[in-house]
Design a protein around this ligand. Sequence first.
Ligand code: IMP
Ligand code: MG
Length: 181
Amino acid sequence: MSTILINNREFDTYIEYPEIEKAIDKVAARINSDFRGCSDIPIVLCVLNGALMFTGELMKRLDFNCVLDTVRISSYEGTRSTGTTSTVLGMKSDIRGRRVIVVEDIVDTGRTIEDLSDMLRNKGAAEVRICTMLLKPDIYKGKARPDYVAMEIEPKFIAGFGLDYDELGRNTKDIYAIREK
Ligand code: IMP
Ligand code: MG
């Protein structure tokens, strides 16, 4: 266990890297069993910046033909969701008729993945599946559970392994939880 400072707030170790790796192994195995041998080439869509590390770890475990694309969406300021999302950077691929696997760092209220799924369907995606490293089930307001969830967590604000607190703290191997004041 260790404590780090991010933007002058204390964060304690919450999930250590070996546990993260095991959870990613498991979720990748589930995706592989659903997609292995598929005749199409699904698009793995990394939601930047938070899902960068998770996508890297996940991609190297996927054993079917897939292509990588990225999208940048923003809904958080500090430790709170603003309730609205905005696409800051669009993707390159023509997704008409394609299956898309959205890769997210964390699903909180579900707003981001809902807006993104709608946008992808409007652009003609044949199917949208959601793969998230983390889910906060106590906060999630969406109808259906995301298709692939690596780990469920308590409703705490977390950072590390790609996730930020006001853009800082992404560059750690373990995941940290904010210490409540
Ligand atoms: P949602 O739209 O409420 O589901 O929020 C999802 C987005 O908010 C994620 O893509 C993250 O970027 C960010 N987010 C949600 N919870 C946390 C957290 O605990 N730490 C850091 N970012 C978070
Ligand atoms: Mg994000």
